[in-house]
Structure formats: C-alpha cells, structure tokens
Design a protein around this ligand. Sequence first.
Ligand code: C5P
Length: 247
Amino acid sequence: MKNISSREPADKLIFALDAAGYEEALSWIELLSGHVGMFKVGKELFTSVGPKIVESIKQRGSRVFLDLKFHDIPNTVARAAEAAVGLNVDMFNIHAAGGSKMIRETVDAVAACAEKRGIKSPVVLAVTVLTSLNNSDLAEIGFETTTSDLVLRLAKMAQKSGASGVVASPQDIVTLRRNLGEDFVIVTPGIRSADEQVLDDQKRTLSAFEAIQAGADYIVVGRPIRQAKDPLTACRRIIQEIADGLA
Ligand code: C5P
C-alpha cells in the first residue's frame, strides 16, 4: 500500500510528540493540529500517559504514528498490532529483525482486524537497524555484516512479508528507494536544516528539502519545532522545504 497521504507538503510532516506528560503533549497537539500531517507517539509518552494520548490526537482530527517498535513472538506482536488497530492509529512499527513470520502474521492480523471494524488498515512500518548501532555494535551481537547491508536485507525481507514501508535514516533513503520501488513507504527522522547550529544528538542529518528530494515519503521532526522560539513558524518553514523538495 502506498502512502496514506496526498502530495500535500504538510501531510508529509510527522511531529515527534516527545513530551514529558499529558498536559504538555496536549498543548502541542492544540498548537499543531491542522498544521502537521501526523503526531508520533513514542514509548516514553505512551508508557507514562497511555492510550488516552492517541484518543486526544484523533479527537482533534489529526493522525497518529504509534512508534512502539514491537518485537516479540509472532502471536504477541500480532495481538498488540490488533490493539493498535483498535486505537485507530494511522501508522505503527515493528522490528524487521522479528523475522518474516512475525511480520506476515502482523500484517494479516491488521488487515483482518481493520476490515472487521470497517476502518482503513494502518500503515505497518518495519524498523531495520537502529541508527544507534554501528558496524562494531553489530559484530558484538553476532552479526558479521555492515549496517547498510543489513538495512537493505531487512527492508527487502519486510517488503516481501507484506510490510508497507520502513523507518530509514537519511543516508539510506536513496538505496532503499532504488531497491524497493516507488510504492514502499519511507519515513525518515534525523532532519535538521542546513543552517541549524544545534544538531542535538543527531549525527547524520539531512534537511527536509534533501530528504524529500532523496525519496522520503514522510519526515519526522521533533526538537527543531519543539525548541524553536516560534514553533509554528519553524513548522511552516519545514513545510515550505518539503514543498520545494517535491517540486
Ligand atoms: O527531536 P528530533 O527531531 O531529533 O526527533 C526525532 C524523533 O525520531 C525522536 O522521537 C526520535 O526518537 C526518533 N528517531 C530518531 N532516529 C531514529 C529513529 C527514531 O531520531 N533512527
């Protein structure tokens, strides 16, 4: 399944809702609903606040990317995925390293569950290799390969097993797009503008313009908006970069 979004630039911007608690998260949702395409809810916020954060976003008419990176035996991940469908999330992710059976069972369970509820299936993304791992980390856990080879191998396996797309680092976009075709969804974090002085803990970054031009379908942006003096202006500037990248 290709993109749940149009080519509307704003739809391609996913805001990383990395807030400390419910009230702070809610104030970001109030500010940015209608401006960004989706809100990404991660492990920290979901664990502390729970499903009500997803409900709050959906109530305001916005979309949700549930970033919980499920990784377990196939049955457990499939049941967790059904619970995500029950929350009516628009996108969620699983670890490709859980294997083809885990991915296939999850994708099938999601399709069946969405059909039963009469709703659209969420986009199932696979996480390939965490960007916190380098080649020596892979060797330490017993993988005699490079991160870039493993990313491509896992992405191909995820695609074959029915996943709709991957979360990919900026430097993997071009290779993945070339190998996996136009219909495979690529979601990319690690976005910083060329003129941004503070890179935080992101080391290998691209601008929104570059990521979209390279073939990303969605970009995930957190701190460049959250820590901006004027978050809405920062948000609009990124959307303009996306528009330029699409053009
Ligand atoms: O604040 P920043 O724009 O760096 O936020 C990026 C978001 O994407 C964070 O929620 C972070 O956890 C997530 N992420 C990432 N790099 C990855 C995968 C996810 O930054 N490789």
